[in-house]
Design a protein around this ligand. Sequence first.
Ligand code: SIN
Length: 208
Amino acid sequence: MDAATIAINQRMNKFDGHDQVWLFGYGSLIYKADFPYIERRPASIAGWTRRFWQGSHDHRGTPMAPGRVATIVPQAGAVCDGMAYLITPEVFAHLDHREKNGYLRLATDITFDDGGKVEGLVYIANEENAAFLGAAPELDIARQIARSNGPSGPNSEYLLHLASALRELGKSDPHVFAIEQYLAQLQAPAQDSTAAYPGGISADAGLT
Ligand code: SIN
């Protein structure tokens, strides 16, 4: 399946002949730009909403215990905020590999926050890909994220980096922020008897 996704993306010839292409990122591509770019600008795409509905077997989980990462799904009237990068076509080899677990390049209109519109590309993982997990209650998504780990690190790191990157951009995303809040609750230390001792005396005192 990985190889198939890469091959399909390589056949995407919409921007053949262009020496620069705008790429819209809405997930880890917002906060982890591990590729060269000419310019980047906060931007959005209309008619799409961000959802933690894609399974991650390769970055934030494993084939036996997939994590959950972001994809976008169509929703009338919605706007998905993110970051647009102006890149050269050579960068797609790296991106196709990075996004190989089910993401396909799709042409989209990108609107820059500071004005203007351009046609560019976005990687989306739709329900037809084998790693797609689909909708679930946000608390269940948080539980899955809390317990998942993969070669790129803990799944929680992905969610937390994305939430803070959105805040830095001055953007709100109720779905992402709700999962973040559930995650904080799940990861909060359990209340125990030490809470009754404001001085912090506990059985572990002196062991650090
Ligand atoms: C994206 O960030 O635009 C795609 C999904 C991801 O890599 O997290």
